[in-house]
Design a binder for this molecule. Structure first.
Ligand code: NAD
Length: 482
């Protein structure tokens, strides 16, 4: 692999068809250039889809055991490269080195789970259809799958999609986010090192609006697994529907956390810091709204503000840093605008705002208090380290406010009251419900996806994360006698 980032198509490293490149910037150093990546065009997508379509026949005929072997070789290569990869993710995304190591560990955990569950992944068998009819459900791979990933978890999200797609016998064309092409190309190199046959996995870098559309609209692409904003997800769904291309869309969130009067406040504050400011608030399952009952509102807020004051915002590779920069200029400008809007709407800024350190795209952990349901900050995804605190009368009002959202990805409650916890679990309109655990917690055995405008199509992870990538066939066999 050369210094400049190339596309990986049909087992070879190539410049984009146009020869054009774009700058990959380190967000902790404004105006820097980590490297340049291929600015691909429709011709590159065409070549990648052709390679994947050609490779499909042979790859789909491999046994499950052979695919598991390739996947395990890939995971071994990933584990060996984990420190190099973690540094790279911190450099191009801005998350702290501890957070990048956590991302790689999560990808390994999920990948190993997918390999294991493949061993027992088969369809239903009908008990006894008729006296001499045997029947079962058989799975078939779809064909070429397009994987489009975001920059916030640049390697974990692509693994969560790509490994299930490959294990079930599909071939893949992957488009990394334009903020994080290096992680994407690095992953392609690991697939090459794992000895995957040519064309089975292809990686094409470039702007979503320039190449995403032709990937989605190519009739040979049978499914799109996308993670990103609700706005782009909606466009993808419209494009994919023309050819009935299957979609798995993991989208935005505005996740609420409820804190009741009997909660362990230190644990609640810990969870808020972790899920509100981890990765500079740029996780889809971040906590961004906190609903507090009056009995504990001020005590919780004082503890939270003390933790904000102790935070260290700076160089993501410095071990003492607790929060790095946000991912790039458009992220920075969007978050700064959301902060200004919240102030103009009358929310009380109790901590944070834009940092004085202008070396990189730094925003401080930011806490707004007195946020009402009429304010934009209550409803709009900021996707940054900005918390909206609101005081509500009781659990009933907390539930009404929590569910007053177009989104429904994750959520949490802190309480020792089992009845209150079970009421919340039953009533919350979200794909993930956490009791006394932060909203970003997950395990690969269970589905990862959202309700309402946070997701469309089957979620990732769990058994359903494999099922998305297969066609089903019901088989009926009747003997003809001796
Ligand atoms: P984004 O929607 O701007 O981009 C996501 C990907 O889509 C990128 O690779 C981008 O290049 C590509 N893209 C952009 N326009 C496209 C188009 N017209 N056609 C095809 N592809 C296109 O999102 P982002 O800024 O990278 O990520 C942040 C968003 O992702 C947030 O809204 C966040 O909540 C969401 N997210 C959701 C999850 C989840 O699992 N639900 C996880 C991570 C991030």
């Amino acid at each position: 692999m050369s210094e400049s980032l190339l596309n990986f198509i049909n087992g070879t490293w190539r410049e984009s068809a146009s020869g054009e490149t774009f700058t990959n910037e380190d967000p902790s150093r404004r105006g820097s250039e980590l490297n340049r990546a291929a600015a691909s065009t429709e011709a590159d997508i065409e070549a990648a889809v052709t390679a994947a379509a050609t490779a499909f026949m042979e790859w789909s005929s491999t046994t499950i055991g052979e695919r598991q072997t390739f996947a395990l070789r890939f995971l071994d290569a990933l584990e060996s490269a984990s420190e190099e990869l973690s540094v790279l993710v911190s450099k191009e995304n801005g998350k702290t080195i501890a957070e990048s190591r956590g991302e790689v560990a999560s990808a390994l955990l999920e990948g190993q789970h997918h390999v294991r569950q493949m061993a027992v992944f088969s369809g239903e068998t009908a008990p006894r259809v008729d006296s001499d009819v045997t029947a079962w459900e058989q799975f078939h791979p779809l064909g070429v799958v397009g994987v489009i990933s975001p920059w916030n978890y640049p390697m974990n999200v692509m693994c969560r999609k790509t490994l299930p797609a490959l294990l079930t016998g599909n071939t893949v064309v992957f488009k990394p986010a334009s903020f994080t092409p290096w992680s994407g190309v690095f992953m392609a190199d690991l697939f090459a090192k794992a000895g995957l046959p040519k064309g089975v996995f292809n990686c094409v870098t470039g702007r979503g609006s320039a190449i995403g559309n032709c990937l989605i609209q190519d009739p040979r692409v049978r499914a799109i697994s996308f993670t990103g904003s609700t706005e782009v997800g909606r466009q993808i769904l419209a494009m994919a529907s023309t050819d009935f291309t299957r979609t798995q869309l993991e989208l935005g969130g505005k996740n609420a956390m409820i804190v009741l009067a009997d909660a362990d406040l230190d644990a609640a504050v810990d969870a808020t810091i972790k899920a509100g400011f981890g990765c500079a608030g740029q996780w889809c399952t971040s906590t961004s709204r906190v609903l507090l009952v009056p009995e504990i509102a001020e005590a919780y807020t004082e503890k939270l503000l003390a933790r904000c004051e102790a935070s260290v915002v700076g160089d993501p590779l410095d071990a003492s840093t607790t929060m790095g920069p946000v991912a790039g200029p458009s992220q920075f400008n969007g978050i700064a605008a959301a902060i200004a809007k919240a102030e103009s709407e009358g929310a009380w800024l109790r901590y944070g705002g834009v940092s004085n350190n202008s070396d990189g795209y730094y925003i401080l952990p930011t806490v707004f208090d007195g946020v009402t349901r009429a304010m934009g900050l209550f409803h709009e995804e900021v996707f940054g380290p900005v918390l909206a605190l609101s005081t509500v009368a009781d659990l009933d009002e907390a539930m009404t406010w929590a569910n007053d959202s177009d989104y429904g990805l994750s959520s949490a409650i802190f309480t020792r009251d089992m009845d209150a916890a079970l009421h919340y679990v039953r009533e919350i309109e979200a794909g993930m419900a956490h009791v006394n655990i932060h909203s970003g917690f997950k395990t690969p055995e269970l589905p990862f996806g959202g309700w309402k405008e946070s997701g469309f199509g089957p979620p990732e992870n769990g058994r359903v994360g494999l099922e998305f990538f297969v066609e089903r066939k019901a088989v009926y066999i009747k003997g003809q006698g001796q």
